[in-house]
Design a protein around this ligand. Structure first.
Ligand code: SF4
Length: 200
């Protein structure tokens, strides 16, 4: 017997951010978040009770209706839920399991790719920092560059490093990010390209 999960939305699209930017991926956005970022663009996700419950098996079946090879579990904060059953099912169905997380809740699930996007409002746990495949820092103001370096020093040496402008500040922050990356070439630029090409 598997436990159902609250799902805000699920859809097949292109990953718009980070290492898998531009790749086709099936997104499952779970409800529930206790991080409270002031600039959050999915505040509707915060209350898990507002979202319908889906059995893990029916979610996997939805993904398998598409030719998707990669599934991205996002939120909300997806690690507020135990994701062992979901990721086991997805992997048994031959799917790649990626997660986008703030790392602020206990790690569960079996992951092919962990995108850690830490937030100042509830900092990540060491157990998640230690297994990050990708570190994605949202740049909202100038002080976020030094905050980014704090986490770059903690993630594994193989971890990919991305700086991404916060959407409402993109006009001011993107030129600063470009200059920062030129001076610190271990970082790469991540843009929310799905917002430019108008896909979810
Ligand atoms: S962690 Fe994500 S979903 Fe939660 S408040 Fe921050 S931006 Fe929003």
């Amino acid at each position: 017997m598997t436990s159902p999960l609250p799902v805000m939305e699920h859809f097949y699209t292109l990953q718009g951010e980070g290492f898998y930017q531009g790749r086709a991926a099936y997104f499952i956005r779970l409800g529930g978040c206790d991080v409270g970022c002031v600039w959050c663009d999915v505040k509707d996700s915060w209350d898990a009770d507002k979202h319908p419950l889906f059995e893990v098996r029916s979610l996997t079946a939805e993904v398998k209706r598409t030719p998707a090879e990669i599934v991205v579990i996002t939120g909300g904060e997806p690690l507020m839920h135990n994701l062992d059953e979901l990721t086991t099912e997805l992997r048994e169905a031959g799917l790649q399991t990626n997660i986008e997380t703030s790392g602020s809740s206990t790690l569960s699930g079996s992951w092919d790719w962990i995108c850690l996007s830490p937030k100042k409002f509830k900092e990540p746990l060491p157990e998640v920092i230690a297994v990050a495949s990708e570190l994605k820092i949202i740049i909202f103001n100038k002080s976020d560059f030094s905050w980014a370096e704090k986490y770059a020093a903690l993630v594994p040496a193989t971890c990919k490093l991305f700086l991404q402008p916060e959407w409402s500040k993109a006009a001011q922050m993107t030129p600063l990010i470009v200059e920062y990356i030129k001076a610190h070439p271990q970082w790469e630029l991540s843009l929310q390209i799905h917002k430019y090409i108008n896909v979810p």
